[in-house]
Design a protein around this ligand. Structure first.
Ligand code: FE2
Ligand code: FE2
Length: 129
């Protein structure tokens, strides 16, 4: 299982946001590592809740930057954030109820979503902030 890595190609031109993305990636990797080590549901729940909270915080920060700029894709971008937050909340709910465990596919889904979002979506505000 490959861990996620922040690369210079992901830089949106803001040190604050780049650092938030690095932190987000670190938390996804923490989830992947906990999974790989076969950690119990309590540990996984904790990591997943940390990841959810941080994701929400990061999205709020980005959205506050849009409001203060002339970025024209703010609505569509916010919708993408909302969809992911809902998906993560539903993964969490399933885990908490014991319906499912975090699997490699959950980890890969998060990893792919975040790298694609940074490269394709976050990059579109780069010239407006
Ligand atoms: Fe972002
Ligand atoms: Fe974003």
């Amino acid at each position: 299982m490959n861990m996620m890595e922040w690369t210079q190609a992901m830089s949106v031109g803001s040190i604050t946001i780049d650092n938030q993305h690095k932190q987000l990636i670190a938390l996804i990797n923490k989830l992947g590592e906990a999974m790989q080590q076969g950690r119990g549901n309590d540990v996984m729940n904790e990591v997943l809740s940390e990841l959810t909270d941080y994701t929400i915080k990061h999205f709020r920060y980005e959205e506050s930057i849009f409001s203060a700029s002339r970025y024209p894709h703010s609505e569509l971008h916010k919708q993408k954030h909302t969809v992911l937050v809902d998906q993560v909340k539903s993964i969490r709910a399933k885990m908490e109820s014991g319906q499912s465990a975090v699997s490699t596919s959950t980890f890969n889904f998060l990893k792919d979503w975040v790298s694609e979002h940074i490269i394709k979506t976050d990059m579109t505000y780069s010239s407006y902030i």
